[in-house]
Design a protein around this ligand. Sequence first.
Ligand SMILES: Cc1cc2nc3c(=O)[nH]c(=O)nc-3n(C[C@H](O)[C@H](O)[C@H](O)COP(=O)(O)O)c2cc1C
Length: 221
Amino acid sequence: MRRGRHRPPRIREQGTERVALGARISRGFVRSPSMHVGNPQPVLDLGTPVALLCTMEEDGSLHLAAVTSAWWMGPRCVLGLHDVSRASANLRRTREVVVNMPAAGQAETVARLIRVAGRAAVPDGGPERGYRCARDRIGILGLTPVPSETVRPPRVSECPIQLEAVLDDVHAPAPGSPLPGDVAIFEVRVTRLHLDASVLADGRPDRIDPDRWRPLIMGSP
Ligand SMILES: Cc1cc2nc3c(=O)[nH]c(=O)nc-3n(C[C@H](O)[C@H](O)[C@H](O)COP(=O)(O)O)c2cc1C
């Protein structure tokens, strides 16, 4: 979850190392005698893959939003969304979403998305700082919507992983959390998976090869 709209997060291509089970650990997070010990920040920016969510607006137009609060549990995806966002409103109303995963090489595109507000909520001093408001974010970024097979929101053709999904449940953060009211936890079920050949394991059309898939990681500003 972002800490605020006014401070763009740093998007980077991140070097990764692998452990035996195929999980990734970032360089710099290895244990060392000088390891920092402290209290958790309000937001733990551990560096998680960026996803681009496609949802449908009430007027039938497409809404595109970048999120990093996304993780997977079997055929399900769990999304943490600001509950005042268009993505949240659209997902609650239509119960459909496409979760697109950009690759590391698409950092520049996602960085440009940060400066295009989907509605009239450009930060103070926005235009001078390169922010603007436009509904057609996907067109401005030069991305291509392609029809989905099981849901109405289209997929983003340029993303190597595209997950069509439907909303199964919405959860509230635990009582006492600093987040209640601000965010909601959406549990979506993947109904169709589209994988680019570049991320597939040899001879396994249904398996992602972790050595080929290079996710775009968001780091703290
Ligand atoms: C890299 C990045 C990560 C973000 N992660 C989240 C997130 O996990 N959850 C969320 O609700 N918004 C996240 N945002 C903000 C949304 O993309 C979006 O700007 C916000 O929901 C308000 O826009 P909207 O009302 O048009 O949806 C992120 C933005 C960026 C650029």
